[in-house]
Design a protein around this ligand. Sequence first.
Ligand code: AVI
Length: 325
Amino acid sequence: MNVQLDPQSTTDNNAVDHFRSDILNGLSNTPKKLSSKYFYDKIGDHLFQQIMAMPSYYLTRCELDIFKNKTDELIDLLIPGDEPFDLIELGAGDAMKSTYLLEQLIRKGINFTYMPIDISGNILSILHQKLSSQLPEIKITCLEGDYFEMLQKAASLSNRRKVVLFLGSNIGNMTLEEAEDFCLHLNRNLSPKDRVLIGFDLMKNPHTILEAYNDKEGITASFNLNLLTRINNELGGNFDLKQFQHYQTYDPVSGACRSFLISLISQDVTIDNTKISFEENEWIDMEISQKFSSEKIMELAQKSGFTITGNINDSKKWFVDSIWQ
Ligand code: AVI
């Protein structure tokens, strides 16, 4: 397998230092805030798999519907000529959805190299194994590390046209301001002939959205609380998980679906030697899952210098894969 290793892999000290300083900074702010990018350790990955399998969590099924049933439309919009290209997937994970696209590209004899980027080398090895046996003809270069560092690495490896996939409404886990910075940065790393596909979860009945993030089984609650467990295990924290409660909101005006952990009592927590005090009912801001209107998507594309070349919806019109140039 061709795997390019990131010098800042999660196993090295740099990554731990980064994790510690982000957590301590976030918890010394008012209001307290933690980044949902830290949800994904081994247990977090497993809980997210369980979330995706929940009947109420519609997002994965909607985008799967697009990749399964509208693959030719995707190809027409993403790949305009016969020129060989690199298909780069940011946060590829198990590439469950993009595998449908890969299969169809290979069936049509289209010349491309698949370059999945992920922070987890473990996930990339599993993906490489799976694709090599399922699609033996595939050319694959796995890139382990940070999105933009690996995009630059991809650019240093070839000067072919690039098609970048950013699926799963991962963009929703950024505030609108962060999403704009992210897209601007993406634009600066690409050239005019390249294309980008971004998956956006659309605004819809607020009950449908809230139910996707507020399951009665408590899987989403465990997903949030697991970050406190991670802090206990990896940073020497002593959070008592029973004293924190998950609280989910959705604001249909802004489209922001947010999760919080509420401190049930007045309490002190220590992380290593640092004391963090919580008042009763004080919250930690854990995650945003932003929902979009088509106007907001257009505004985001325009502000970051992209032109929308097409939009593909699932059959319910709850989700859109938007293709930009
Ligand atoms: C990964 N991300 C797009 C998920 C979302 O829908 O915001 C993470 C998630 N959080 C709670 N449930 C799922």
